[in-house]
Design a binder for this molecule. Structure first.
Ligand SMILES: [Zn+2]
Length: 117
């Protein structure tokens, strides 16, 4: 059995948050909040975040400043990172633990029923 795993990166544009003078363009530009993240993955499906950086970037030249997660996340109503990228690995491990627990429970029940006969 092949186990496919690795690390991938992604960027999510969270939309325009303000207009300001861009020091690179030297013009009034709209600035977007973006989140750039890396995640460990298993089979490209089950992920776990390893790195997350928020940026406030100019919509034209894509230059900008890094924001602290606390500052950036107060503008967000929900987590912008897809569930399977941030919690997929946890869901997989949780599912496996529940499956093993169920199997142990069924084995115990069968052993109990066998002992009664
Ligand atoms: Zn610019």
């Amino acid at each position: 059995m092949f186990i496919i795993w690795g690390s991938r990166g992604a960027v999510v544009d969270l939309g325009q948050v303000q207009t300001a003078l861009c020091p690179v363009c030297e013009r009034e530009r709209s600035f977007h909040l973006i989140v750039q993240y890396r995640y460990f993955h298993l089979y490209f499906i089950f992920g776990a975040i390893t790195q997350k950086v928020y940026w406030l970037v100019c919509a034209v030249c894509h230059r900008g400043t890094k924001l602290s997660a606390a500052t950036a996340e107060q503008h967000l109503s929900k987590n912008p990172i897809p569930f399977m990228h941030r919690s997929g690995l946890l869901a997989l491990v949780g599912g496996a633990v529940m499956l093993i627990g169920t199997m142990i429970g069924v084995q115990a029940l069968l052993a109990l029923l066998g002992a009664m006969n």
